[in-house]
Design a protein around this ligand. Structure first.
Ligand code: PHE
Length: 470
């Protein structure tokens, strides 16, 4: 249904025609649920606390919040707007807008960055998703009850040192993602998000409540919110910027794809801000749940990717009904990761369908299996290849395993690059009139957004990039 090739259809007919066929979100809520499903995931609960711990706390958190506000929200609005304006898959939306406004066709590269980033991220995301799957069993079997920090740490190291078990759970997680993407029905899952996300939120609140009474809550609050800028490095700033993209699912055209289903009468600004606030709230709550336990038990805040798997089980092991809450928590974490994983695989599958003419099942199987195979490299980085650091000759990448490199390259380079292209496209290339129509903001709000996107966002991303190169 390439409408662009039939020269007689006008742009708006093409858009309307395609939207009628593709169906729109039934409401603002449906869009918010889907976008939140993509945004809230392992990034909030697994990654945010551990990178905050590694980068010294407060100052990093402030940097991250600033990146969300100055870079994240404007780019999310731009992505949703481009998607709605184009009304189809990201690559085609960009092509359609580019054709209509007589722009260079190379702009569709933004979509290509997204396809690559999604593919690489999912390969290791699924391995971590697998950890969550494995912990459902660990919590449900009561193994965590009453354990010491050392014993909990040993359970985690045991998991990491066992490639076959990791492979099993990675396979289970990837299969979950592939089944949904192959069937192309996300409606059930979106409904699930509306129940499970609040569930996850409540469970985090329960852990925060527990941490308030039995952890070092005051110390954690100080650590998270009292900035000590001497602890913030330039690479820490890059990590904060990269994480703003990662956690909001930006820079890889996911929000563009979702925006293409958004009805015209819904405010892009309000919905983007709502999604960003929910996402940030979950991350901060995860921090408040985890750090009191870290400090109360003398654990290391900079323990790295294992942080939540070494702290939360400790809390579940000590609190009343801990096995129950622990099991529930990891089940909900799997759901959060699942809805994000789906949005990581979707762009590649759409691309294979459109560009290579493959059907959905074949596309999903092909992309999913290759991605799964790449995940094995991340699994081995945790044990047999833990000393393999292939790019150590570059000072900044010294000592990074394949898993670390995949994370670094996608979150800190590819996504900001994709986001930069989106900002340049909307800030400098797209018709201003069209954007005013799409966003329908007050004149001053539009100017604020436009100036931010045109100048501040690209400069911020460029400065952080350049600083880290030199
Ligand atoms: N935002 C997701 C998370 O925080 C990860 C993700 C990144 C999903 C990019 C889609 C696109 O877990």
């Amino acid at each position: 249904m390439s409408v662009t090739s039939s020269g007689s259809a006008t742009y708006s007919e093409a858009v309307e025609g395609s939207n009628a066929k593709r169906g729109l979100w039934s409401s603002r809520l449906a869009f918010i649920l889907a976008a939140t499903g993509s945004a809230v995931g392992l990034g909030n609960i697994w990654k945010f606390p551990y990178i905050t711990g590694e980068n010294g706390g407060g100052a990093f958190v402030i940097m991250y919040l600033a990146c969300i506000a100055v870079v994240g929200i404007p780019i999310m609005m731009a992505e949703v707007m481009i998607g709605r304006r184009g009304g189809r898959s990201p690559v085609n939306s960009l092509r359609l807008i580019a054709e209509r406004d007589k722009l260079h066709p190379a702009w569709k590269l933004v979509g290509a960055v997204g396809v690559l980033a999604g593919f690489l991220i999912l390969s290791f995301y699924s391995v971590i998703g697998g950890w969550a799957v494995s912990y459902v069993g660990t919590a449900a079997s009561g193994q965590l009850a009453g354990q010491s920090a050392d014993a909990i740490g040993a359970i985690f190291s045991g998991l990491l040192s066992d490639p076959l078990t990791l492979l099993l759970w990675h396979t289970v997680f990837m299969a979950l993602v592939m089944v949904v993407v192959a069937r192309g029905v996300r409606s059930g899952l979106e409904r699930a998000v509306s129940i499970l996300m609040p569930g996850l939120f409540i469970l985090l609140l329960i852990v925060v409540g527990y941490a308030m009474t039995s952890g070092s809550f005051g110390k954690a609050v100080t650590f998270l919110f009292q900035p000590d800028f001497s602890k913030l490095t330039t690479s820490g700033v890059l990590v904060a910027l990269g994480h703003a993209f990662f956690t909001l699912s930006l820079g890889m055209a996911v929000m563009m794809a979702y925006g293409s289903y958004l009805p015209k009468n819904i405010s892009i600004a309000k919905t983007s801000i709502t999604v960003s606030i929910i996402d940030t709230g979950v991350a901060l709550l995860a921090g408040l749940a985890i750090f009191p336990i870290v400090f109360a038990n003398g654990l290391e805040p900079g323990a790295g990717p294992g942080l939540i798997f070494q702290t939360l089980p400790l809390a579940f092991g000590q609190m009343p009904m801990g096995s129950f809450f622990g099991t529930l928590f990891f089940v909900l974490l799997i759901f959060a990761a699942w809805t994000s994983g789906i949005s990581l695989l979707e762009p590649i599958v759409e691309w294979l369908e459109e560009q290579k003419g493959l059907n959905r099942t074949v596309s999903t199987l092909g992309a999913g299996v290759v991605c799964w195979a790449l995940g094995i490299a991340s699994i081995l980085s945790l044990n047999l290849w833990s000393d393999v650091a292939p790019l150590s000759f570059i000072p900044m990448l010294e000592g990074k395993t394949i898993f670390d490199l995949l994370d670094f390259f996608t979150a800190n380079i590819l996504l900001p690059l994709g986001g930069l292209l989106v900002a340049l496209f909307a800030g400098w290339v797209m018709s201003k009139q069209a954007m005013e129509n799409e966003l329908s903001l007050s004149a001053s709000a539009f100017s604020l957004w436009f100036v931010t996107l045109r100048f501040i966002t690209p400069v911020a991303v460029a400065v952080v990039f350049i600083y880290n190169l030199i």
